[in-house]
Design a protein around this ligand. Structure first.
Ligand code: SAH
Ligand code: SF4
Length: 438
């Protein structure tokens, strides 16, 4: 059984499915209405640039501190007449101490805390609900953006590690036939701070779970604010990892269709002074946008790359994934080979198995011939059901035989152990809908 953790404040929005605003039609609106022309400020300047002063005067919504880079935070503090070291204190409180309330920043003078709390916030996502399952080891959060769209994130706990799966867009324009997110169309790109905020949520939740671990659930009344509840049925997690060190960009959306903002988030998550997540703990999954793969090959951080292949030939891939008509299998694999040659890094191919469509022994052989000798690994993912889609999940025996054939070709291959299927939190089940869960 699954427990629902509902936000009662403000009610739940109805999803506006199938609205397409087009990639890039959304600007950077971190603080409301006046920030779309936000520009970088001088790295060493402690005086506030005019744009920032104007923004602060004109904006009637709280300033979202997560929307500021280090330099912008220094400039913002300067508008309050505060020196640069205050900005560093605040950043440390947010990204290292995981404080989610300005009043808890006890190393700031009380007067400053109160002033700051009156005009700034930490983040802009509204947490609507957390659903937990698998004995409290999987937690799916539904957030509402200030602009009204929904996104989802999933925290997965294992005894030795924790991983959060985050969204990079609300909806997705790619239209893969088997995916719940694809059915929404693209609603909007996320800003980098929306992406960072999902990781902060996951770190705070893990911290709260660890603090509560061992206490009696009866003694603890769950609230949305502390997010420490994992459901009566879930019980206490057996063992909780110390630290969240893995982020997979495999939630809603196509990261490479929002490359710049996604990369900004990567840099902020990696920042050794901040969240300090190692590049090898970051994994991006792409539908196969060739220009994005080329950009990543040149990028300065060795982020892991996963590519959604799902078929070894154009006929089947195009039927499943419209993107294949733009960048076909040959071009995608040639780009992947070039990526491997350039970076020396192993690539993962994801392969969703749909009964009778792409899971036959012949296709396994064809795939094996395509991939043999490449520095890669194949992740087989038995399709996770999406309500309303007339597709079938491959039976276990077909999955194992597909895996065996690939291995006979010398291709490393594992079957992904899915998390969160029963709470619609598994791969491809995220639809950001208040009614999408069971
Ligand atoms: N847009 C990116 C990342 C998000 S989707 C991409 O497509 O790669 C993350 C993974 O889930 C992809 O491999 C995607 O093909 C897969 N997926 C989508 N729908 C699925 C479903 N219903 N069952 C299993 N995997 C699915
Ligand atoms: Fe978008 Fe990825 Fe879903 Fe395809 S599988 S529709 S690219 S989220």
């Amino acid at each position: 059984m699954v427990q629902w953790h509902k936000a009662l404040k403000g009610g739940l929005h109805v999803d506006c499915h199938h609205h397409y605003f087009g990639c890039g039609a959304w600007g950077n609106y971190p603080h409301g209405r006046f920030t779309s022309t936000i520009g970088p400020s001088s790295r060493h300047s402690h005086t506030a640039p005019t744009w920032l002063v104007l923004h602060i005067i004109m904006s009637d919504t709280p300033t979202n501190l997560l929307a500021y880079s280090d330099t912008e935070l220094v400039a913002f503090m300067a508008t309050l007449g505060e020196p640069a070291f205050r900005a560093r204190q605040i950043a440390r409180q947010i990204y290292v101490n995981l404080v989610n309330d300005i009043n808890q920043m006890t190393d700031l003078p009380r007067v400053l805390r109160e002033r700051l709390a009156a005009q700034a916030s930490i983040g802009s996502l509204q947490l609507q609900r957390i659903i937990s399952d698998e004995a409290g080891m999987t937690h799916k959060a539904l957030f509402t953006l200030p602009s009204g769209e929904h996104i989802e994130s999933v925290l997965m706990l294992y005894p030795d590690r924790a991983t959060v799966c985050v969204s990079t867009q609300a909806g997705c324009a790619m239209g893969c036939t088997f995916c719940a997110t694809g059915r929404l169309g693209l609603l909007r790109n996320l800003d980098s701070h929306h992406i960072v905020e999902q990781v902060l949520w996951a770190r705070r939740l893990l911290q709260a779970l660890r603090q509560t671990h061992g206490q009696s659930t009866a003694a603890h009344t769950p609230t949305l604010e502390d997010s420490t509840w994992w459901g009566d049925d879930g019980g206490h997690p057996e063992a909780l990892p110390q630290h969240l060190g893995n982020v997979v960009f495999m939630g809603m959306g196509e990261p490479f269709a929002n490359y710049d903002r996604w990369w900004q988030a990567v840099e902020r998550l990696h920042d050794p002074q901040g969240m300090n997540i190692g590049a090898r703990g970051l994994t991006v999954s792409t539908v196969g946008l060739v220009p994005g793969i080329k950009r990543l090959a040149e990028a300065p951080l060795p982020v892991n790359l996963a590519i959604s292949l799902h078929a070894p030939n154009d006929e089947i891939r195009s039927a499943m994934m419209p993107v294949n008509k733009r960048w076909n299998v040959a071009e995608l694999l040639a780009t992947t080979r070039a990526y491997i040659a350039k970076t020396g890094r192993r690539v993962s191919f994801e392969y969703v198995l749909l009964q009778g469509q792409n899971d036959t022994p012949e296709l396994a052989h064809e795939l094996g011939l395509q991939l043999r000798g490449m520095l890669c690994h194949v992740n087989l993912i038995p399709w996770n059901p999406v309500p309303g889609l007339p597709l079938g999940r491959s039976e276990r025996q077909r999955v194992t035989s597909f895996q065996r054939i690939l291995q006979e070709h010398g291709v490393a291959c594992t079957v992904r152990v899915e998390r969160g299927v029963s709470i619609a939190a598994a791969c491809g089940q995220l639809a950001g809908s208040p009614v999408s869960g069971p």
